[in-house]
Write a new protein. Sequence first.
Length: 251
Amino acid sequence: MLEIKGLKVDLEDEDKTILKGVDLTVEAGKVHAIMGPNGSGKSTLSYVLSGRDGYEVTGGSATLEGEDILDMEPEERAAAGLFLAFQYPVEIPGVGNMTFMRTALNAQRKARGQDEISAADFLKLVREKAATLEIDNDMLKRPVNVGFSGGEKKRNEILQMAILEPKMCILDETDSGLDVDAMKLVSKGVNALREEGRGFLVITHYQRLLDHIKPDVVHIMSDGRIVKTGGPELALEVEKNGYADIKAEVA
Ligand code: ADP
Ligand code: MG
Ligand code: MG
């Protein structure tokens, strides 16, 4: 589904290399987790995959179902089926949450040669998905993320994801700042989307999210590279011993 090979990325403004050759393949139907110390480049990887400005790819490749995504505009990446939930979801004053999601969905459908969804069908779809995430009507009507709590923003991101039904979902520290109940809701929303044809990359600082979203594969990123890959037990090892052992092993 997602194949990253030797990806090297510099900051555009500074002479600084952040990603030093990332290799990572996420198969359809699998959940891969990336853990790693602060500053290892996890968010940079998600930003670069989403097409955010400010980064320069100096080597390697990233493909979604065999298509080069690094050459695409951010909206083309979304239409191709890539979705990113960020650590800090943006607020969009003046744009209603429902309107935003319907516009995004219709843009995606158009790019895929499908008709627009009718207002009635869309309402039904949103209500159904929102219920799972315990998102009420009021939150659906308010401007996107404006005045939402941290937990509400994250739940809203998962709602957007559920509506868009992407092929590849990347979640960057979706658990940060969430209380246990909000984390369970977010996890439930993510787990409801797990299926054969869909891949997930879950970036998290703490193991606890992975108790709820059980990964198939766990990667450790350190200093701009994936330095270790294993099963769910790797996350437990990190929780117990920190990253010191892995850093020493790599050194
Ligand atoms: P992580 O998500 O693993 O904590 P990041 O990708 O946020 O790591 O950051 C990796 C490194 O790149 C850090 O040293 C960070 O300070 C640096 N970095 C990332 N973006 C910028 C930026 N726009 N300006 C300066 N430094 C940056
Ligand atoms: Mg960070
Ligand atoms: Mg980060």
